[in-house]
Design a protein around this ligand. Structure first.
Ligand code: AHG
Ligand code: MN
Ligand code: MN
Length: 332
């Protein structure tokens, strides 16, 4: 059979299966083109002068890298004129982006972390883009309130990972597919269909430098794994931490694992480290659609009612049996 390009896949989802609308198809096409443009900008690196700091802070009080700003602009410019969106919100902008009056409006809300893993850009380690799509509630203006929907209402989520290859990982709520960027033809081609995360794993991901701030359930869970063969688990575990959530999640999608950015005494005041709307929700949706689980320790991530656009949340996700074990330590 001819290659299953992203375009063909989307046309078939719309025309033959009727599971997505014309506008959602357009939205995903446009986001994938924006990711291609971001991938090209990242690939040029110092040759295009895109590395380093932008000299500004974002709404989260974090230093913006030039590529944070460039990626945000690529996504905004690509998406505002197509007529498929009611509004956009980004980790890099305080308020939702209003679609200019000269363009038609659609029913979807697009949320994104334009560049995830910024601390890795300048050292040439994988980074990514994460996105989430919601429907704008009927009769509602696309202001902050319209975006504050639980992750379970997402109609689509995905991420691009800019690694040795550029991949686009997508869910429309019916499994997860992986597309690889064919740089010569400039198109994404499906390379994995209906990916499943193994339920068991012996690999975990956490920033261990925060160990002294962790809560007792996380401490117990990690200590038991570190004890290996001689400990209560009776087997050895391996550890990985890329510090780009996209790269860590993609490894888990590929071979299993558990990813943790739990609440700790350092991040308690702000509710956690990762952002619910741009990071936790889309990744939780993808991971659940691949047979994994995602919790904040106490609640399923996708059930949380967000109260603020830039709200942060603890995140524990990946192989089901390990996520459930850690959740049970929280309940104990
Ligand atoms: P961003 O670059 O969008 O701000 O996100 C970085 C996030 C996430 O990708 C990663 O898992 C985590 O921050 C790494 O945090 P530490 O530097 O504390 O390990
Ligand atoms: Mn991020
Ligand atoms: Mn980011």
């Amino acid at each position: 059979m001819a290659q299953m390009t992203l375009s063909r896949f989307l046309i078939e989802e719309q025309r033959d299966k009727n599971v997505i609308s014309h506008d959602l198809r357009l939205l995903i096409e446009v986001v994938s083109r924006a990711c291609k443009a971001i991938s090209i900008a990242i690939g040029k690196g110092s040759l295009a002068g895109v590395l380093g700091s932008a000299g500004s802070d974002n709404i989260q009080g974090e230093v913006q890298k030039k590529l944070d700003v460039i990626s945000n602009e690529i996504l905004l410019d690509a998406n505002e004129w197509g007529g498929h969106l009611a509004g956009m919100a980004s980790e890099e902008m305080e308020l939702p982006h209003v679609i200019p009056n000269r363009y038609p409006k659609g029913e979807y809300l697009l949320l994104f972390d334009p560049l995830d893993g910024s601390s890795n850009i300048d050292v040439n380690v994988s980074v990514g883009t994460i996105f989430s799509v919601l429907q704008c509630p009927e009769g509602m203006e696309p202001g902050e309130q319209a975006f504050l929907q639980p992750g379970a209402r997402q109609v689509c989520a995905g991420y691009a990972v800019y690694g040795p290859t550029t991949l686009l990982v997508l869910t429309l709520g019916d499994g997860v597919n992986v597309f690889t960027l064919d740089r010569e033809y400039g198109r994404f081609v499906m390379t994995q269909e209906n990916v499943r995360i193994p339920e068991d794993t012996r690999e975990f991901a956490i920033n261990a430098s925060n160990a002294r701030y962790w809560e007792p359930p996380v401490k117990r869970y990690v200590d038991e794994m570190l004890a290996g063969k001689d400990g209560p688990r009776g087997e050895d575990f391996n550890m990985r931490w890329v510090a780009s959530m996209v790269a860590d999640v993609h490894r888990i999608l590929s071979r299993g694992g558990i990813f943790m950015y739990p609440i700790d005494s350092k991040t308690r005041a702000q509710g956690g480290k990762l952002r619910i709307m741009y990071e936790a929700n889309p990744m939780a949706f993808i991971v659940e659609q691949a047979g994994g689980a995602a919790t904040d320790g106490r609640r399923r991530i996708l059930d949380i009612q967000p109260e603020k656009l830039h709200q942060r949340v603890p995140v524990i996700l990946g192989s089901k049996n390990e996520v459930e074990r850690l959740a049970s330590y929280h309940a104990a």
